[in-house]
Design a protein around this ligand. Structure first.
Ligand SMILES: NC(=O)C1=CN([C@@H]2O[C@H](COP(=O)(O)OP(=O)(O)OC[C@H]3O[C@@H](n4cnc5c(N)ncnc54)[C@H](OP(=O)(O)O)[C@@H]3O)[C@@H](O)[C@H]2O)C=CC1
Ligand SMILES: CC(=O)[C@@H](O)[C@H](O)COP(=O)(O)O
Ligand SMILES: [Mn+2]
Length: 383
């Protein structure tokens, strides 16, 4: 029986993680649930999974939970209580499905406690990949990819020597605006951007898909997870989201992982890694129904967020921290109707241009640069 902590239990990945756990009561038990502000949903999750600890973001919400706690469940609130709970929890596996670089401290706490971490929270690896990988080596904590592309890469590497890998090829759907003209995109509204062609996901990652920053974050995520130089990581547009990514070996053989677009597959693979279990939910892949799989080149003008991410990744140090923080605030401003869709890329470009890169920032420096960037971008004049 694997004991599991689910961070971000009320979100898209969090709820699907619980869907998977529900299918395998003999294999997994929930020890800790952590969420932000969706108290109504977490109440139902507590009743069903009876975790030892439930962690919520705000102390003022604790009162809403009290009457609904089973005797074996302790409720806590705030970031430092969550970090303490991660240090103490009996859970050996942490599914990290919080959104944004606010996930960094919980990642570090789970690493220091020697947990195995299913890392959906890609912003952690973008903002401080050098610190996260160094700490996971030091404390013997394993990071297992959950992001569909990185899960595909991990699956395509099984049974092969890492040293034989030549190139990673990450697929991108192209996002909500892949068939829109530059003129149409100028006036794109949040509700348009939130209509992803293939995946049902949280708001932030859906907007990132539309700007292609999601793919940029994923290139940096792949660099850290698989210790691969940026020049050996390619991105290809693949409209169907059936081929989830590919690995090329030195003998030019290419191994890919395919499936219908459903995150329950990668979530379960991370939970049961390296074993496989039966899974209900995703449609079986029928290639004769799919018919054709398309692959296209990246467009450097339309996909400028992706190019900025490559540049920030290559620059290293604090550049990806700035890229990520500027992106998070720009996406929020766009969702609030305070920034145009093309304005997201402009905001990030300006934030990177204004920043002098620190070569190997400490965790304190990363957090400070993240905060400074957020302040600058929140008060920015870009529209
Ligand atoms: N959704 C997907 O299919 C995929 C997502 N990812 C990545 O996974 C991560 C999660 O994405 P997704 O599930 O879509 O996001 P959602 O927005 O759906 O969920 C985010 C979760 O984080 C929780 N949260 C927010 N603030 C806090 C806090 N202070 N403390 C604890 N929990 C908090 C939210 O709680 P609440 O709602 O209660 O406020 C919610 O449970 C992201 O990094 C994303 O890029 C990667 C691949 C696919
Ligand atoms: C499901 C998942 O992993 C998302 O990160 C997905 O990659 C989004 O799709 P695109 O970024 O390819 O549009
Ligand atoms: Mn992905």
């Amino acid at each position: 029986m694997k004991k599991v902590a689910v961070l971000g239990s009320t979100g898209s990945i969090g709820t699907q993680t619980l869907d998977v756990i529900r299918q395998h009561p003999e294999q997994f038990r929930v020890s800790l649930l952590a969420c932000g502000q969706n108290i109504e949903l977490v109440k139902k999750q507590i009743a069903e999974f009876q975790p030892a600890v439930v962690a919520i973001a705000k102390e003022s919400d604790l009162g809403k939970l009290e009457a609904h706690l089973p005797t074996e469940t302790r409720a806590i609130a705030g970031e430092s209580a969550l970090l303490d709970a991660l240090a103490e929890t009996e859970a050996e596996f942490v599914m990290h499905a919080m959104v944004g670089s606010q996930g960094l401290k919980p990642t570090m706490a789970a690493i220091k406690a020697g947990k195995t971490i299913g890392i959906a929270n890609k912003e952690t690896l973008v903002t401080a990949g050098h610190l996260v990988t160094a700490a996971s080596n030091r404390y013997g904590a394993q990071l297992i990819a959950v992001d569909s592309e990185h899960s595909a890469i991990l699956q395509s590497m099984q049974g092969s020597n890492r040293g034989d890998v030549e190139r990673l090829i990450i697929t991108a759907s192209g996002g909500s605006f892949r068939d829109w003209s530059a003129e149409e995109i100028q006036h794109a509204a949040p509700e348009d951007a939130l209509k992803h062609p293939n995946w049902s996901m949280g708001q932030k990652v859906t907007i990132d898909s539309a700007t292609m920053m999601n793919k940029g974050l994923e290139v940096i995520e792949a660099h850290w997870l698989f210790d691969m130089p940026y020049e050996n990581i390619d991105v290809v547009i693949h409209r169907e989201s059936i081929v989830h990514s590919l690995v090329e070996y030195q003998d030019k053989s290419v191994i890919a992982q395919l499936g219908t677009p459903d995150m329950k597959g990668p979530i379960q693979y991370a939970l049961s890694f390296p074993d496989r279990l039966e899974l209900e939910g995703p449609e079986r892949l029928n290639l004769w129904e799919v018919g054709t799989l398309n692959f296209e080149k990246i467009d450097p003008v339309k996909h400028r967020c992706l190019l900025m991410a490559y540049q920030a990744g290559e620059a290293g140090g604090s550049a990806p921290t700035v890229l990520n923080a500027a992106n998070e605030v720009a996406v929020q401003r766009f969702l609030e109707g305070k920034l145009s869709f093309p304005g997201i890329a402009t905001v990030i470009e300006n934030a990177l241009a204004a920043h002098t890169v620190a070569a190997a920032p400490s965790i304190e420096e990363v957090l400070e640069i993240d905060e400074e960037t957020r302040k600058r971008v929140r008060n920015g004049s870009e529209r």
